[in-house]
Design a protein around this ligand. Structure first.
Ligand SMILES: [Zn+2]
Length: 264
């Protein structure tokens, strides 16, 4: 069987009996790869300490198509992202990004853009000013690369350009902000004519929608110059997490943890 060498990030590590671990890697060339690291918990193991979650390295393995577990032969550490591990909020978000990739990405499905996104996100997670904003950037770009791109410029049902309208609440006043409607089921905004197709669609202000469109095409190095209001944060988070939950069909443990511990 051919020996393979590829960049890889550890996105999951699961104990197997006393000394082994099942490691899930994300790679640019093979998508998700699972392998058993035999004896890795023993201090004598060559791999001991290298296969920590989030580590980026050069993975050596023997590839067999259609096998659930590949045969791991080596992992040379390139970057350990120690700055992320030193901060509780950053490592928690780092684990969430890894869990999200694990939940949606497929084994054997190469997607170099997702690998680059994950690596860039970890590099910027070390010292970004606004960690939740980086999380929204990761989510929207990840959804785009994974093929779930939410429709934010046209009506997801009829394709017309949606315009903001008044919120449907009993407390609408002349100063109430106009809102757009976002349907998780339809995969994007709904125009006024199509709103009846999803009565549970979220309301989102045009400002949050525009910010999300900007984030989706932004370079990471421009992020520290961007500002999001509390309202932007709440709306973008609700919309993206609902969209992600709909497509992963499960709730992500690390996202629940962030909601209960970090975002009070
Ligand atoms: Zn429409």
């Amino acid at each position: 069987m051919p020996a393979q060498k590829t960049h890889a990030i550890v996105i999951r590590a699961f104990p197997l009996r006393e000394t082994h671990k099942i490691i899930t890697f994300y790679t640019p060339d093979f998508g998700k790869i699972k392998a058993v690291a035999y004896g890795v918990k023993s201090p004598k193991s060559k791999l001991s300490g290298r296969l920590e979650l989030l580590n980026h390295g050069m993975l050596l393995f023997t590839y067999r198509e259609n096998r659930d577990l590949q045969s791991l032969t080596g992992f040379d550490l390139i970057e350990g992202f120690d700055g992320i591990r030193a901060d509780f909020a950053r490592i928690t978000y780092g684990c969430y990004f890894a869990e999200l990739v694990d939940a949606i990405a497929l084994e054997g499905d190469a997607n170099p853009e997702i690998f680059e996104l994950l690596r860039n996100t970890y590099q910027f997670l070390v010292d970004t000013d606004d960690v939740p904003l980086l999380a929204r950037v990761f989510e929207i770009k990840f959804l785009d690369f994974a093929g779930y791109a939410p429709q934010l410029s046209q009506c997801a049902h009829c394709g017309s350009v949606p315009t903001p309208g008044p919120a449907k609440t009993s407390q609408v006043t002349p100063t109430s902000p106009l809102v757009m409607r976002f349907s998780v089921q339809h995969g994007g905004l709904l125009c006024a004519k199509c709103q009846h197709r999803d009565t549970s669609a979220f309301t989102i202000t045009p400002g949050s929608c525009e910010l999300l469109k900007t984030l989706r095409k932004s370079e990471f190095n421009k992020l520290n110059r961007m500002r999001a209001s509390k309202r932007n944060h709440i709306e973008m988070k609700l919309m993206l997490s609902s969209f992600i939950q709909y497509h992963t069909e499960r709730s992500l443990k690390s996202l629940k943890f962030i909601e209960s511990v970090l975002e009070i």
